[in-house]
Design a protein around this ligand. Structure first.
Ligand code: HEC
Ligand code: HEC
Length: 374
C-alpha cells in the first residue's frame, strides 16, 4: 500500500471554509438584527460553491465531476456493503458523489433564493429592483430559502454520518484525506496540478475570503445595500409631523392599515386616555395623508406583515403594539426592558429603532439601549 495525493489544497481549504460559512450563516439566520451578517456569510458560501463547481470541470482527476460515481447500481452496492470493509474508492465513493452533487445544487438554489428574498422583502442587495413590483409575493422566497437551507443541512448530516461510518466501520481514510490530501492506494494513483490549476486554486480561496471581507468592510456595496431611503415627514406633511409628533415619536403611516387610521382619527378626543383633538380641516388633511401612506399603499415589509396579521377579529386595532405581528416580533424582549428608564413604553419605538421617524425600520438599525438585554 502506498500514499497517493488525491485532494489538492484548494479542495481542502474550501471544504473547511464551506463548513464554517454555512454553519455561521445558518446560526445567524433567525435574528433580525444580525440578518446582514447572515447574508454576507451566505454570499461568501455561495461564491465558494460556484468556484468548486468550475473546479469540477477543470480540476484534476478526482475533483472532476466526470470522476464522480453517479451510478445507481454502484450506490446500491456501496450501501449494501457499508458494514464491511468493501471496495476501496480512490476519489469520491458513490454515496458521497450523490451527496456532494445534491449539496452543490441545493447550495446554489439556497443562495439564489436568499438573494431574491433579501431583494424582494427587504429591498436590499442586487435583487432590490424587484421589491416595488413584487412585494405581495414577499414570503414565497423566504419560505423557499428556509426549506432549501434545511434540506442542505439534512444532506450535510447524511454526509457526516457517511464519513463517520467510513472512518470507524469501514476503517477508510476519506475523512483524513480531506485534511492531509492523501489516501492509501494499492497502485500509485496520486495527482499533480498544473500551473494554471494552482493559480485557479489561489484565486478561488483568495477571492472567497476577500469577498467576505469586502462585504463586511464596504457598507454601500451592491450585494447588501439598502434601497429603502429615509423620508422626512416634516417636509411631506408639516402638520402631521407637528401635531402627531408632539406627545410621542412620529409613527410612520405605513405601520397601520386605513381602517385603523380612520378609527383613530375619528376619536381623537379620547386618544389613549389623552385629548388629541384637532380642528376639522387639519384632522381631514392628516387623515388623508395617513390613508394615502397607509400599510395597504406601502411596499415596506412591516406594512405587509402587520396587515396580514390582522383579521376580522382584530381589525379595529389602533395601536401598532397591539397587532399580532408586533407582538410576535417583540415577544422575546423582557417586559422590564420596555418599562426601563431608557425605553419607558412599548410605543417608544425610537429607543430601539433609531431611524423610525424617518420611516426606516431596518434590521441593521435595531439596537437595544446600552446596558439592556432582551
Ligand atoms: C396629547 C398627546 C398626543 C397627541 C397630540 C397624539 N398622541 Fe398618539 N398617543 C398618545 C399617547 C399617550 C399614546 C399611548 C402611548 C403609549 O402606549 O405609551 C399614543 C399612542 C399612539 C399610537 C399607538 C402606539 C402604539 O402603542 O402602537 C399611535 C399610532 C398614535 N398615538 C398616533 C397618533 C397620531 C396619528 C396623532 C396625530 C393625529 C397622535 N397620535 C397625536 C398621545 C398623543
Ligand atoms: C426595547 C426595544 C424595542 C422597542 C421599544 C421596539 N422594538 Fe421593534 N424590535 C426590537 C427588536 C430587538 C427586534 C428584532 C426582533 C427579532 O430579532 O426578531 C424588533 C423588530 C421589529 C420589527 C421587525 C423588523 C423586521 O424587519 O423584521 C418591526 C416592524 C418593529 N420591531 C417595529 C417596532 C415598532 C413600530 C415599535 C414601536 C411601536 C417597536 N418596534 C418598538 C426592539 C424594539
Amino acid at each position: 500500500m502506498i500514499k497517493s495525493y488525491i485532494w489538492p489544497l484548494g479542495n481542502r481549504i474550501s471544504h473547511i471554509l464551506m463548513i464554517v460559512f454555512f454553519a455561521a450563516a445558518y446560526l445567524l439566520g433567525d435574528t433580525d438584527e444580525l440578518l446582514k451578517y447572515h447574508v454576507i456569510l451566505g454570499l461568501a458560501f455561495g461564491i465558494l460553491v460556484v468556484f468548486r463547481i468550475f473546479w469540477g470541470f477543470i480540476g484534476p482527476k478526482y475533483s472532476k465531476f466526470k470522476d464522480f460515481d453517479l451510478n445507481i447500481n454502484s450506490l446500491k452496492k456501496y450501501l449494501g456493503s457499508v458494514f464491511s470493509k468493501g471496495d476501496k474508492h480512490i476519489g469520491h465513493n458513490p454515496a458521497s458523489s450523490f451527496a456532494i452533487i445534491t449539496m452543490f445544487i441545493v447550495a446554489i438554489l439556497t443562495t439564489l433564493s436568499g438573494m431574491l428574498a433579501y431583494g424582494i422583502e427587504e429591498n436590499h442587495g442586487i435583487f432590490a429592483f424587484l421589491h416595488q413590483a413584487n412585494y405581495h409575493e414577499m414570503e414565497i422566497f423566504e419560505e423557499l430559502h428556509e426549506l432549501l437551507a434545511n434540506i442542505f443541512l439534512g444532506v450535510v448530516f447524511v454526509h457526516i454520518a457517511g464519513s463517520l461510518m467510513d472512518k470507524f466501520i469501514k476503517k477508510g481514510d476519506a475523512v483524513d484525506s480531506m485534511i492531509d490530501g492523501y489516501k492509501t492506494t494499492y497502485e500509485p494513483a496520486g495527482i499533480s496540478t498544473s500551473w494554471w490549476q494552482k493559480i485557479f486554486q489561489i484565486v478561488w480561496i483568495a477571492v472567497s475570503i476577500w469577498f467576505l471581507y469586502y462585504l463586511f468592510a464596504v457598507k454601500e456595496n451592491v450585494f447588501v445595500s439598502n434601497f429603502n431611503k429615509p423620508v422626512s415627514y416634516a417636509v411631506l406633511h408639516p402638520e402631521f409631523k407637528a401635531e402627531c409628533g408632539s406627545c410621542h415619536i412620529t409613527y410612520p403611516p405605513f405601520l397601520l392599515p386605513q381602517k385603523s387610521w380612520t378609527a383613530m382619527m375619528g376619536n381623537l378626543e379620547n386618544h389613549f386616555g389623552e385629548d388629541a383633538s384637532l380642528d376639522e380641516v387639519t384632522r381631514i388633511s392628516i387623515l388623508k395623508f395617513l390613508k394615502k401612506n397607509s400599510a395597504e399603499n406601502s411596499t415596506h415589509q412591516a406594512a405587509l406583515k402587520i396587515t396580514k396579521s390582522l383579521d376580522d377579529t382584530n381589525k379595529t386595532i389602533i395601536a401598532i403594539t397591539k397587532t399580532p405581528y408586533w407582538k410576535a416580533k417583540h415577544k422575546e424582549i423582557d417586559s422590564r426592558v420596555f418599562l426601563s428608564n431608557k425605553v419607558k413604553s412599548k410605543a417608544n419605538c425610537q429607543a430601539c429603532h433609531q431611524d423610525i421617524e424617518k420611516g426606516m425600520l431596518e434590521n441593521d438599525l435595531i439596537q437595544l439601549p446600552k446596558g439592556l438585554k432582551t
